[in-house]
Design a protein around this ligand. Structure first.
Ligand SMILES: [Zn+2]
Length: 466
């Protein structure tokens, strides 16, 4: 057990100038006393935290291997470059990665996530097979690479093996470049079940297994239903994620094939509940947004990736007004920064509506506070991790902002999160705790010196022609 005397903290009930937080040996918050902490004197078993403590953010959507292409696809191939031409480059990378490469990429990425304020991540993982398409015997080395990376980095991980079976609506067979992603429903369910059993016996405070369905393009609806119902019986709160309406072409193809839009189809299955997360509900209608809000499912917006790929605008204001639960993710890793994701949610609305403060409310007038608090809580819900707020019973996952950093100097007690989002305050993230352990201390991670040359060598190899 350890006690932390915090100078300033954003607790679930609001800002506290002085709080003492007790953390169990397992990394969970067991008590909070709100009172001025006085002079920074350290009693035995106590640590004084000088700075502003805020909840860590959950990254609800990540494909770790794509860290290997960030910055390398920002040039013009044709006058009609799009998501679909980017995808060709992504497949080429996916078909070069070996398990050791994936572990280096993911470890580097997870350290970057921690430094930018993500304390847990949902890894939406569809690299299942060896190069060439053969199956791994026994433990899947590509799955293990992600778990090992999370453990070295010290980040919370919700691993989401992703079902991937077809190349388009109507059961179209996979293309040659998609063969590493393939899994039949039964084998997939068995592999997830084994992993859940292993999670239960390891009793890890930071690791859990969920599941993803790549998209309605890639999973026939009847297979999705069978797997979702079967897996729900194994774990009533298992996170279930799906890419849903990122591209207009995919919405149109779905309508042509089924007569319904993707989100309509999912709502009609009756499967959606608070443990579902719909990623990129970009082209949702108003009715669909209301349906998702009513189901209490979360929507993950990764505005940096959606902007990078030219997907379209998500109507955040309308979704939040309907009571929708929103979270963020780094997705393609072109940007790994929760403050930037949230800032652009608001800026996109300002640009469209020609107003300011669009996503604030009467009850929470600070845009930064509203967006950070809600995305942290709903992100934790989406990925099924007991985090997202500083309160008793939740895991001790938090960030310490350096109050003397130029981006925060002059921040009043209740504007720190506004500075974090809108005034470069992400540069003030100094320390990061996950499950009661400091993963980042004074802006440094214990593994980063060892990691840097290995990551550099890997990147040089990946950008060279094969
Ligand atoms: Zn994605």
């Amino acid at each position: 057990m350890r006690r932390y005397r915090m100078q300033s903290a954003f607790l679930s009930q609001g800002w506290a100038q002085g709080a003492t937080v007790t953390v169990s040996d397992e990394g969970f918050i067991s008590a909070i006393d709100v009172a001025p902490t006085g002079a920074p004197q350290t009693l035995s078993g106590e640590e004084h935290i000088d700075g502003i403590v805020v909840p860590g953010m959950s990254n609800a959507h990540s494909h770790a291997f794509q860290r290997g292409m960030a910055g390398n696809t920002e040039y013009r191939l044709s006058a009609r470059d799009s998501f679909w031409t980017w995808r060709t480059a992504m497949y080429a990378l996916a078909n070069r990665i070996e398990p050791d490469d994936l572990q280096i990429l993911a470890t580097q990425l997870f350290v970057e996530m921690l430094k930018s304020g993500y304390t847990a991540v949902a890894e939406f993982h569809y690299l299942h097979r060896k190069r060439g398409g053969g199956a791994y015997s026994g433990t899947n080395a590509l799955w293990e690479a992600i778990s090992n990376a999370a453990s070295v980095a010290g980040i919370g991980l919700t691993f989401l093996p992703s079902l991937y079976q077809t190349s388009d609506f109507g059961g179209k067979p996979l293309k040659a470049e998609q063969m590493r992603f393939e899994s039949d429903t039964y084998t997939f369910m068995r592999a997830v079940e084994e992993r859940i059993d292993a999670d239960r016996s390891s009793r890890s405070a930071t690791l859990r297994t969920g599941v993803a369905f790549h998209s309605l393009r890639a999973v026939p609806l009847e297979n999705l239903r069978e797997a979702a119902l079967g897996l729900r019986k194994l774990d009533a709160s298992m996170p279930m994620h799906i890419h849903v309406a990122e591209q207009l072409l995919e919405v149109q193809a779905c309508v042509r094939e089924t007569g319904q839009r993707p989100i309509e189809l999912l709502l009609d299955t009756g499967l959606l509940d608070p443990h579902w997360c719909l990623v990129h509900a970009t082209h949702a209608t108003g009715e669909e947004l209301k349906g998702l809000a009513a189901a209490a499912a979360t929507v993950c917006v990764s505005i940096s990736t959606e902007a990078n790929l030219g997907d379209g605008f998500f109507d955040t204001a309308r979704f939040l007004k309907a009571g929708g639960r929103l979270c963020v993710g780094s997705d393609s890793q072109s940007t790994v920064n929760p403050a930037e994701e949230l800032r652009w949610l608001e800026y996109q609305q300002r640009l469209r509506k020609k107003r300011r403060g669009v996503l604030a409310t009467g009850a929470e007038t600070h845009v930064g506070t509203r967006l950070w608090r809600d995305a942290a809580q709903h992100g934790a819900q989406a990925i099924g991790q007991p985090a997202g707020a500083i309160e008793v019973g939740r895991r001790a996952d938090w960030l310490v902002l350096d109050a003397s950093h130029p981006s925060l100097v002059g921040a009043a007690a209740d504007t720190a999160l506004d500075h974090l989002l809108f005034a470069g305050g992400d540069a003030a993230i100094r320390d990061v705790m996950v499950a009661g352990r400091w993963a980042i201390k004074d802006r440094r991670h214990a593994a980063e010196d060892d990691l840097r040359p290995r990551f550099a060598a890997l990147m040089r190899r990946l950008v060279a022609p094969e």
